[in-house]
Design a protein around this ligand. Sequence first.
Ligand code: FAD
Length: 507
Amino acid sequence: MLVLERRPLVGGACVTEELWPGYRVSTAAYLCGLLQPRIIRDLDLERLGYEMLPKDPAFFSPFPDGRRLFLWQDARRTAEEIGAFSARDARRYPEYKAFLARLASFVEPWLLRPPPDLLARRWEDLWQMGRLAARALRLPPRTLAGALRMLTQSARDFLDGWFDSPQLKAALATDGVIGARGGPSTPGTAYVLFHHTMGQAAGRRGLWGFVRGGMGAISDALAAAARRAGVQIRTGAEVAEIRVRDGRVEGVTLTGGEEIAARVVASNADPHRTFLRLVPPEHLEEDFRREVASIRMAGVAMKINLALDGLPDFAAAPGRAPGPQHRATIHIGPTMEYIDRAWEDAQQGRPSAEPFCEVTIPTTYDPALAPAGGHIMSIFVQYAPYALAAGSWDGVKEAVADRVIDTLAVYAPNIRDIILHRQVLSPLDLEREFALTGGDIFHGEMTPDHLFFMRPIPGWARYRTPIAGLYLCGAGTHPGGGVMGAPGYNAAREILRDWPSIARWRR
Ligand SMILES: Cc1cc2nc3c(=O)[nH]c(=O)nc-3n(C[C@H](O)[C@H](O)[C@H](O)COP(=O)(O)OP(=O)(O)OC[C@H]3O[C@@H](n4cnc5c(N)ncnc54)[C@H](O)[C@@H]3O)c2cc1C
């Protein structure tokens, strides 16, 4: 068994890279929450170096008027924080969390199994759909109604139904727009919000955190588990073509011309790249290619990584010594209207005039990621539309990054003075560096028309493809994006069902 990776290191968008001497940065993905406990256990990832550092407080939102909101892991402290904005919201918040938890415990078992394919109409699929429906009917009626609504609702409508305080709603809406082509008012963003509340990587539902050694420690642990099972890993090995003969996969050809024969190929590249670039067009029907081409892949995010020689001093929570404001996910997006405005710019092909940012400082949990006294800051920025109405990303990205720093300076005025180095990854850079088509961080939108048995496209949700022996195993398949492991786990099980000889090889 052989893994081929085009970059010099494994991990894709889940890596740690030493960008500047002594600064080890999670270049792309920065927080872990969705990684499946079953995978952590099965592959013994903790023994292979994976260590989760749970985040507390979960969120810190500074507001322009100098107020601030912390959401803690402790329910009583959170209620006090929310109570400063709305006593009713403080009472409602535990109920809101319980609603999401009930929904998550309903959905989570479906993360580690292929979705029933309603369109295939085989007995097995119908049976699975029946089981799903039976479980849905066991949900309390209000939870079921809420779940159905959530599939199509905007994060704004969903949150308006729960809360009054604009500050709390803005803080919670961020989960609905991360990586999404839409603002809080865009239908479908309520599901994205929910997607981010699933997962129990830190042993508690909805708890997110940092990973010791950066996100690459997850990929390194997975690579060690693979090597232990006898898998060979080659980096700097880019597949130029997936070779097919008579409807069956034959192997791959690397960019240097080397041919590698294989009866089974599992592609972790996104569906556009796999089917529109790697498989020669004559091997796929036009309808299939057209359906794949219709998967929306146009990223809206950019990532800025900074090396700092101190910590930001927030007007809303002053102090340059490490404090809870530095240990939380910091949201720069004071109202849902602000985030909607930022999205409206992107719809016109312009980077947001006032960007929405999710900021983290992993060195407050893991100081070894930087030299003594130094810090790393990760800024996930929206919106940065892949297709610009004017100019090119290479031409504008530094100016856009300056605007992001200016925005941050409104809340933490010392930020400019403490920056030692910066890396700016535009959506075009995300495409070039990580092979993410269109800079789409999720290998395709996470909207209801691209989820469950519709992911990647209707009729092909079970990791198989029209080419015998070729499988998809990345975020473009069910259950979608995020550092989760689930698409690969499910694809591996389907491959083993089709090719039991591979399981025998392992033993
Ligand atoms: C900026 C950014 C921030 C994110 N933040 C988070 C976060 O905080 N938390 C979270 O859970 N998720 C986050 N995500 C999403 C998450 O990283 C992805 O959903 C996840 O990495 C998908 O994993 P994957 O293995 O399916 O695909 P990828 O990570 O995209 O890996 C695909 C791999 O295939 C390789 N490849 C592609 N084509 C070829 C070829 N022709 N030959 C050889 N190799 C090839 C690529 O180089 C890459 O290594 C973020 C993503 C980005 C880009």
